[in-house]
Design a protein around this ligand. Structure first.
Ligand SMILES: [Zn+2]
Length: 84
């Protein structure tokens, strides 16, 4: 399954390059620390912004899982996603 996901990500990245829509990739800026973050765009986040793992861990101590999901989406998908 992981292999399949990686293949899909590669195929999507190639399609986006071909169509010149580089902004569709999962490279984001962390809305909290301004560092690199990876994830799909979450509707409740500003375009191009996501959350890095470190800030997510920190915020998870202050916010409920419901708030986290509402604000940042799903971990591993919309934030703290891994490219491997
Ligand atoms: Zn951060």
């Amino acid at each position: 399954m992981a292999e399949e996901n990686r293949t899909n990500i590669c195929r999507l990245a190639r399609q986006h390059q071909e169509h010149g829509t580089h902004k569709m990739n999962i490279n984001k800026t962390c809305c909290c620390c301004g560092g690199h973050a990876y994830g799909k765009q979450w509707w409740n986040r500003d375009r191009g912004y996501s959350l890095c793992g470190l800030c997510g861990d920190w915020l998870a101590k202050k916010e409920t899982p419901e708030e986290m999901h509402s604000n940042y989406g799903k971990r591993g998908v919309h934030w703290d996603a891994k490219l491997k």
